[in-house]
Write a protein that binds this ligand. Sequence first.
Ligand code: RFL
Ligand code: PHB
Length: 389
Amino acid sequence: MRTKVAIIGSGPAGLLLGHLLRQAGVDAVIVERQAREHVAGRIRAGVLERVTTDLMERLGLGERMSREGLVETGFNLADGERLIRIEVEALTGRQVVVYGQTELTRDLIEAAPERGLEIVWEAGEVALHDIESDRPSVSFVAKGERRRLECDLIAGCDGYHGPSRRAIPASAAREYERAWPFGWLGILADVPPCHHELIYSNHERGFALASMRSPTRSRYYIQVPLDEKIDDWPDERLWDELALRLGPEAAANMTRGPALEKSIAPLRSYVFEPMRHGRLFLAGDAAHIVPPTGAKGLNLAASDVAYLSEAIIAWARDDGEARLAGYSERALARVWKAERFSWWLTGLMHRFPDTGPFERAMQIAELDYIAGSTAMRTAIAENYVGLPL
Ligand code: RFL
Ligand code: PHB
């Protein structure tokens, strides 16, 4: 097989990149380890920045998103008692859209065949070859057969655990990492949300988040220790804990229901530099991870591929290598700012093993300062809607 750009991974980064390249007439093939149903069914992110919704619209794939997505003009921080509203639209002139990653992924996968974007599903033993040469390739096993995809460039969009980043020699890169001492236990349920906007709550017992997918589907999370077992959290216990941590106003409006999905995800901050080595370009979670506080992960994947598609399309039109050479630096400038915001909001909103009365008082004082300062709320709102490309 031969193509211009071999894309590894069909998460939001790989799918958006594939579509952007095809729209400009650049050939691309996606190689994905999982089955189509698995990828289309994964429950993950829920909040889209303008950068992400703009890309979907530019692709002509924003129709269902604008019909079913919930436009949010603000969100709330809470201290276990009261809600502090961050008036995102009033402070920035922009909004975010609640539309599940699951839905976004489905729209992109369904549109792939008609746009000539080939996706090889269930590809095993994916390996990268000759990334430092101008004839790189990707090998894999599909339907029991070993195959090789020759290409001019490889886009590593294979998430945190994929093989792309590992194909770059350690001597050519630098890693920055912070592991957080807790995870998020998430529940998805077909019940109406307890509030029309998201609530991020810092309760004495730990963090909780009230989010949603639609007017009839809710998504909630609580902070749990890293070694927590999901079996220790039957639905009723989880609803009780959410009601406590989200505070009286949210609890009064909370509808309980059976879990459609329940899982624990660890939290991590991570950046890999540079995002390019030879003919390999990394995008999305393959190059960086943010803790989910602030909803930046999927949106960073989208901004990476906005930059990367621009660079690849210019190069394919014989515009030379300059844009490709500038990709990593351009993408990382935005990545680091999102890392900072996610790190700061995670620190403000969670209970840490060493959180004593003093640390707790500092968090409450900061929340109180935010409640009274338009300057603080503006800074938060600017970051939440997403910094400009
Ligand atoms: P993905 O989505 O992980 O996709 C990578 C793809 O690569 C495939 N792959 C391979 N393919 C071939 N060969 C191999 N050896 C491969 N190994 C892996 C995988 O199967 C997969 O299909 O990365 P991508 O595209 O960079 O997208 C990143 C986002 O998925 C991620 O950042 C977000 O989900 C993070 N995130 C959130 N982001 C937001 O912007 N807003 C949110 O509200 C938000 N909430 C969340 C989140 C992530 C969460 N979890 C589960 C970590 C909430 C949670 C709970
Ligand atoms: C979600 O709805 O899954 C969600 C929302 C906001 C976050 C993280 C996750 O910060």
